[in-house]
Ligand binder design. Structure first.
Ligand code: PLP
Length: 387
């Protein structure tokens, strides 16, 4: 059975071009980039080239890029590194809908004497900017707000928030793990101080991430050890990962608009047809500001997990809640923060597409979903009885 993969916010296929590029760095060019000999030095040159390619996609200087092990590490390093650099400040501002890579760090900080403010969102997942503005005080060390939500695709007005926060002399971090490659970024024209990226969300391998650190931003190193990344992140580099991420960023830039347009059209077709064919469904997230690839749909009266299992039988991969919370039957913290009713939150499915999806796959899924939903609703005790 062919796999139809609509779970690209969880992880993505490594692009064929990326795989080709990184193959030599496992068994042939396996030198350590820090070595004095040429065998290692040539690998160091490839890392430099990757850094330059990534800087082009982000619109920043290559020296502003620190390679990390994943998006989670980048988020941890940004928050904890800022707090260590500003030991006199004890307040952190974030949102209720962050990924656990940010939210659990912030919640843990409360156990260590920090005040953490979690800004709420409305029914469409839009942030209460006025409350954020009112929360900015002298004692605030960092504001961390995600660029785009991994579950609903809702995009926050990050440039506006960054200007507001940094205008008060407060460090601003954004988790852009779901945004990079899907919406254009130009950090040279931005007030963002710190920005996190994860390789495996944009067709690079797993195990590599980036923390962008704007020149002049105070940040204590998160990992101590060797002198890699100019002493800002110790540990021997994930050479194939970094080279792969460089190539993936290059690919993301080629045909950026056309590919995102194609993905958006496929997503819209999928979403529109599901809503037409299945009664009692709704889309979660901000319809005006949403990633082009993401659709989060609530199917009333049935469990998201049951839908996933039946989709799986047809080879269709999607997700209920975020990848990291699936497996637990707690409804998603993002949908709860948006005030999505409990039953609708339980029946929510996230479809996340990529440039590798085709119209044929969308058509097949559109055919299967109503069948699955009807079948499950016939078995559901929650469907209201007709009078
Ligand atoms: N931030 C967001 C918004 C994410 O969606 C994810 C992964 O799903 C992460 C952070 C964590 O990234 P990684 O899996 O590279 O640690």
């Amino acid at each position: 059975m062919k796999t139809i993969y609509f779970d690209n916010n969880a992880t993505t296929k490594v692009a064929d071009e990326v795989l080709e590029e990184i193959k030599p760095y496992f068994c042939k060019l396996y030198g350590n980039p820090s070595s004095m000999h040429n065998f290692g030095g040539q690998v160091g040159i490839k890392i430099r080239e990757a850094r330059e390619k990534i800087a082009v996609l982000l619109g920043c200087d290559p020296s502003e890029i620190i390679f990390t092990g994943c998006g989670t590490e980048s988020d941890n390093a940004a928050i904890k590194g800022t707090l260590a650099a500003y030991p006199d400040k004890h307040k952190v501002i974030t949102t209720r809908v962050e990924h656990p890579a940010v939210l659990s760090v912030c919640r843990d900080l409360e156990n260590h004497g920090y005040t953490v403010v979690e800004i709420p969102v409305d029914r469409k997942g839009r942030l209460n900017i006025d409350q954020l503005a009112e929360s900015l005080t002298e004692d605030t060390a960092i504001v961390t707000v995600m660029y785009a939500n991994n579950e609903t695709g809702t995009i926050f007005p990050i440039e506006k928030i960054a200007e507001m926060v940094t205008g008060k002399g407060i460090v601003f971090h954004t988790d852009a793990v779901q945004a990079v490659g899907k919406i254009p970024l130009n950090l040279s024209k931005s007030a963002i101080d710190l920005l996190s990226i994860s390789g495996h969300k944009l067709h690079a391998p797993k195990g590599v991430g980036i923390l962008y650190v704007r020149k002049g931003t105070r940040l204590a190193p998160f990992m101590l050890g060797g002198h890699q990344e100019s002493g800002r992140r110790a540990g021997t580099e994930n050479v194939p990962g970094i080279i792969g991420l460089g190539r993936a960023c290059e690919l993301a830039m080629q045909n950026f608009s056309e590919e995102n347009k194609k993905v958006r059209q496929l997503r819209d077709k999928l979403e529109k047809s599901i809503l037409e064919k299945c009664p009692d469904c709704m889309v979660n997230g901000d319809p005006e500001n949403r990633l082009p690839n993401t659709s989060n749909i609530s199917f009333e009266f049935i469990e998201g997990e049951a839908i996933l299992l039946m989709l799986d039988k047809f080879g269709i991969c999607a997700s209920s809640g975020s990848a990291c919370t699936s497996g637990s039957l707690e409804p998603s913290h993002v949908l709860r923060a948006m005030g999505v009713p409990f039953t609708a939150a339980h029946g929510s499915i996230r479809f996340s597409l990529s440039r590798y999806n085709t119209e044929k796959e969308v058509d097949y899924t559109i055919e299967k979903i109503p069948e699955i939903v009807n079948k499950l609703r016939k078995l559901s005790p929650f469907v209201p009885k007709q009078t």
